[in-house]
Design a protein around this ligand. Structure first.
Ligand code: PEP
Length: 252
């Protein structure tokens, strides 16, 4: 059975002290309040990963990065490699977030390289896809998302694809307070699962976790997470408050 995952994307927020407080609150609440079949992941700024890894070592909460280089090593000033992340105990890495696509020019083909190198280093990619508003307005969202998935993921072997987590994040819903309706989310998630079935077969498709992201909060989480093909959430703003983040996970 596919995993239920609630991943927090802190983006470029929190000093180290603030991050430690948030982490210890999440760990304690998760221990007391959460079912053990919901995997929490904290995707923090690179600079905090090492410190927070020590805090998470004995907990059930996993650690994620928000990006990695497409290169293995070398003269790439300012970059962080997948091997470095693996060496400090990072479990997951967000790849292809719409902010990285938009502000840092990440393309589907570059992301295919990042996916490869993340998998080679034992990291689990949380691969983000999703359409901008103008594409949704002309009902082109399914073709748009299918192309992102095909170009970045469909070169993978069955075994490697089986390790991927997908996050569907309509860009018009990220950080805007506008959430996709549960019907819109379910429709897209079912389409993604169908696309995976056609390429990799039913077993792999049924085992792939497909998360929804875009203004998810405690007030709308239950409705979104009850959709048959929504296997969790990638949470931005609401992951910066421990109570909201854990309450979203409790909506299951
Ligand atoms: C995100 O950045 O991945 C995200 C879903 O943000 P928010 O929850 O703030 O919309």
């Amino acid at each position: 059975m596919r995993k239920k995952i609630i991943a927090g994307n802190w983006k470029m927020n929190k000093t180290l002290e603030e991050g430690k407080i948030l982490t210890s609150e999440v760990v304690n609440m998760a221990k007391d309040e959460l079912r053990d079949d919901v995997q929490l992941v904290l995707c923090t700024p690179f600079i905090h990963l090492s410190n927070l890894q020590t805090m998470l070592a004995d907990s059930t909460v996993a650690l994620g990065a928000q990006n990695c280089s497409n290169h293995a090593s070398g003269a790439y000033t300012g970059e962080t490699s997948a091997a470095m992340l693996q060496s400090i105990g990072v479990d997951y890495v967000i790849l292809g977030h719409s902010e990285r696509r938009e502000y840092f020019g990440e393309t589907d083909f570059l992301l295919a390289e990042k996916v490869d190198i993340a998998l080679e280093n034992g990291l689990i990619p949380i691969f983000c896809c999703g359409e901008p508003l103008e594409i949704r307005e002309r009902d082109g969202q399914q073709a748009y998302v299918q192309q992102q998935i095909e170009e970045s993921l469909f070169h993978l072997s069955d075994e490697k694809f089986g390790k991927i987590v997908i996050a569907y994040e309509p860009i018009w819903a990220i950080g805007t307070g506008k959430t996709a309706s549960s019907d819109q989310a379910q429709e897209m998630h079912a389409a993604i699962r169908k696309q995976i079935t056609e390429k990799y077969g039913e077993e792999i498709a049924n085992n792939t976790s497909i998360l929804y992201g875009g203004s998810m909060k405690p007030a709308n989480a239950e409705e979104l997470l009850s959709c048959m093909d929504v296997d969790g959430g990638l949470i931005g703003g609401a992951s910066l408050k421990s109570r909201d983040f854990v309450d979203i996970a409790k909506s299951y």
